[in-house]
Design a protein around this ligand. Structure first.
Ligand code: CTP
Length: 405
């Protein structure tokens, strides 16, 4: 038999238990984790206490169970933010259709849900319910939604269900959940020790103190790529134009810039150290020739603003790129997509170019989804289906990893 002792030494695991009958199996999962050296903190919903007692769980986990944000009597309170940051991994098992629906919609009416919103670690979820509830379109849609957040799905198994029916809906046995946890925590950190430079978002080109020329880029694609690299161990510098987005992973160093020139300067400051550079920003191609010092007043005649080209950051990096550096660009095209992208790849001396076409519904700027193809300098070409930007980011880094091994 495999010796599991200390495999998970020092790893901090939150088990989120919701009100499903399979909750009675969770003490056995905790035993496996504790034997492997992990620290375990149980967070359970109030109704989950009908299925397994907090006393059993706190004895086996050697930690008091958490199910409230604060104590009404003595005012002691529990920081969900600290809990979320404490964990190396969260597993939701069993996960009811009800709590899954809340997670899918950002509802945060208990400490398990607020902790999840604060967490930066991998989240695994094991739904368990009756077969018809499981098959319902809302359950299926919510599973996809949680996956689009980057949560890892542990599908239920077929078999005898508490309702007396038989079918898909059973939570996998504790040993199976344990294997998923182990694999996730030991997952190869494919970019450990790598330095990655990403640009994201739009640039704003100043016309006068209150006006600018910008574009509709949200920064979502670049941020998703930064998170994907950081999750796999890379040290990421994220140079971003104006955006409301917030980076989550502590492995990301964010540098805010506004104009194309500022982005040029900041990107060049970090390029020499970067093993991999991905320019996902929508950099302005033109900037006003002069920036008025005072607000331009309205006049009855038309206003002409003279524009001059900005520097092409990506092309400038292509000129100084070393053999050991990878340079990846983006192309947003409306026609002759593949030929135009290939031209950009060659002109800018790139290793790969990620192409999105504005002809594809759900692709491009300010959406949560994207549909991409990747071309590489050796003639490789792969198209991917429409996906959430989180999953597209994973495709991009998988492709990079695959082609550079
Ligand atoms: N890019 C850049 N600096 C610029 C303009 C673009 O680094 N001043 C980068 C983008 O981040 C992207 C790639 O170049 O990775 C492609 O940008 P795009 O605007 O599509 O290409 P252009 O060469 O500007 O061509 P066109 O606008 O004519 O399509």
């Amino acid at each position: 038999m495999e010796n599991t002792a200390y495999h998970l030494s020092g790893k901090r695991i939150i088990i989120g238990i919701t009100a499903g009958i399979a909750a009675y199996k969770i003490p056995l999962l905790i035993r496996l984790l504790k034997t492997a050296g992990a620290e375990v903190q149980v967070i359970m919903t109030e109704k989950a206490k009908n299925f397994v007692t907090p006393l059993t769980l706190s004895v086996v986990s050697e930690n008091p169970v958490i199910s409230h944000s604060f104590d009404r009597e003595d005012g002691r309170w529990q920081s969900h933010i600290e809990l979320g940051l404490w964990a190396d991994l969260i597993i939701l098992a069993p996960l009811t259709a009800n709590t899954m629906g809340k997670i899918a919609n950002g509802i945060a009416d208990n400490i398990l849900l607020t902790t999840l919103l604060s967490a930066r670690c991998p989240v695994l979820f094991a739904p368990a319910m009756d077969l018809d509830m499981f098959a319902h379109p809302s359950t299926q849609a919510n599973i996809k939604k949680l996956q689009s957040f980057g949560y890892q799905y542990i599908p239920p198994e077929e078999g005898f269900l508490a309702s007396g029916l038989s079918g898909k809906g059973r939570m996998p046995e504790p040993s199976v959940l344990f294997t998923h946890i182990k694999q996730n925590l030991h997952r190869e950190q494919r970019f450990a020790g790598k330095k990655v430079l990403i640009s994201a978002g739009p640039t704003y080109e100043k016309i006068d103190p209150v006006r600018f020329i910008g574009n509709f880029s949200s920064g979502k694609m670049g941020f998703a790529i930064a998170e994907a690299f950081a999750r796999e161990g890379a040290d990421v510098v994220l140079v971003t134009g104006p955006t409301h987005l917030q980076e989550k992973h502590p492995g990301i160093l964010r540098k805010d810039v506004v104009s194309a020139q500022e982005m040029y300067d900041e990107v060049h400051r970090h390029f020499e150290q970067a093993d991999i550079t991905v320019m996902a920003a929508a950099v302005a191609d033109y900037t006003p020739a002069t920036k008025a010092a005072n607000k331009i007043k309205k006049k009855s005649r038309s206003l002409e603003i003279s524009l001059v080209p900005t520097q092409d950051i990506l092309a400038s990096l292509g000129k100084i790129k070393r053999e050991d550096q990878l340079l990846i660009g983006f192309a947003l095209e409306t026609d002759n997509e593949k030929a135009n992208a290939l031209q950009k790849l060659q002109n800018k001396n790139l290793d790969f170019i990620v192409l999105n076409s504005l002809k594809d519904k759900g692709a491009g700027f300010a959406t949560d989804t994207n549909k991409i193809s990747i071309l590489d300098r050796n003639g490789g070409f792969r198209s991917f289906p429409l996906k959430s930007k989180t999953l597209v980011a994973k495709d991009i880094i998988d492709y990079i990893d695959d082609k550079t091994r």
